[in-house]
Write a protein that binds this ligand. Sequence first.
Ligand code: G3H
Length: 526
Amino acid sequence: MKISVEIPAAFRLAPLVQKTYLVDGELREWTGALHSVYSPIETNGSPTYLGEYPMLDEAAAMEALAAAEKSYNLGRGKWATMRVENRIEHVLRFLKAMKEVRSEVVNYLQWEIGKSFTDSQKEFDRTVEYIVDTIDALKTLDRDSSRIQKEGGVYAQIRRGPLGVVLCMGPYNYPLNETFCTLIPALIMGNSVVLKAAKHGLLLMYPLLHAFKDCFPKGVINIIYGDGPTTVGPIMQSGKVNVLAFIGSSKTANIIKKQHPFPNRLRSVLGLEAKNPAIVLAHADLKVAVQECVSGALSFNGQRCTAVKIIFVHESIAAQFLELFNQQVEALKIGLPWEENVSITPLPEPHKMAYLQDLIDDAVSKGAKVVNRRSEQAMTSLVAPAVLYPVNDTMRVFHEEQFGPVVPILSFSILDEPIQYMVNSNYGQQVSIFGTDADELSDLIDPLVNQVCRVNINSQCQRGPDVYPFNGRKDSAEGTLSVSDALRVFSIRTMVATKDTDLNRKVIGEILSQRQSNFLSTDYLL
Ligand code: G3H
């Protein structure tokens, strides 16, 4: 296979030496160490140099935390006490500025993480839609809270208030979308945030830095760069983080959480790894099953937490399934992100190629075969998909989240085999089951809804639509993220209550009619 390294004019990119970071409403220039960023796209036979980002030290990270703390001011800050409609205005201003840099951000997504042009655009547009939906959901929430109720002789107004300082950390596979899926709800609910950029896909934040600075009060959003132990470690050890929003591995999440000295004061919302199985039943519609499993296992090269990461096929149809599956995998176009109809693109993690090869070697040494025809590698980071069959529980790929283009497949004879796999797994996000027999499907649905949080019927695993709950059991997640759930995750119910007396009716009535309080208010947000 020969692939072109001609860069279309629209996607050329000059290196960016980014020294700025956002703290306390200022874009500060970092004069210390920088980290070089290379694209997984090789243009002259080696990874393309994209630029630099600041490697902040502990003191700079702590300044960001102090700025967030100061702006929150123990719940008395301007942002924390602002009327919801005014916070929405700030977010809308940001959204407008964000849309103006769409093409730059989309281009960085291609170069930094190798995401195809189509998927990079989708990531951006989905994020915009998420913000719009978040605003709508908040208006609904606010409207529901805009009345004063009376129970047992006590009047009360119940609203949701912010929790304090939030530390947000997004993943490299959705560095914009998944970061903003926690950042925007955290901000709009009145919290102050320290955002630590992901390990890949962080130059893309640069075109947005000015918008963040200009659209939010100072200290409400602080954006830092650097390595975790130096920056995140001290921030957590301070005990001043109220919410940890982290999307990444459970191993890292555990390290970060344990650094907080007051576990009771820390709320965590975590999106972690998964090993979602697909179960293809004897009477499955093979065409549908193959199509959904190929896309489920290999879109964005399998680098999605929701990807189908192991496939159980009933032994009676295993041979047919494999044949069709391999045909479709072989038809996937391998190439650079901007190539039309490309499916398999360069992998951004430099160690990933060796890791995937280790998984393949281990499986082959224990009896599996690579059953598809793999094309020759045109670039170190461009890994052709490998379909492994038959896989068994002695192999690493049976248990480990490969997060790459390796697809383990095994056959089963009784349904208890895939069910036991899920019961014994450390993960519990989703499953896909493929079948046409209602009895057989329902026999699986009931035991499986209590193993995972989403059972997909004749459909691949996925997060969206974003209004649906996105969560997981065991080591796959903590808390639930959806448009409306995220607003709840970053807030707490808090209320004003008073006994029904002449004095209280008079004084509450006065506060309401004079619109003296931002919280105690019956204003209705349209
Ligand atoms: O990496 C995990 C993502 O949340 C998956 O989202 O199913 O929309 O690709 P997706």
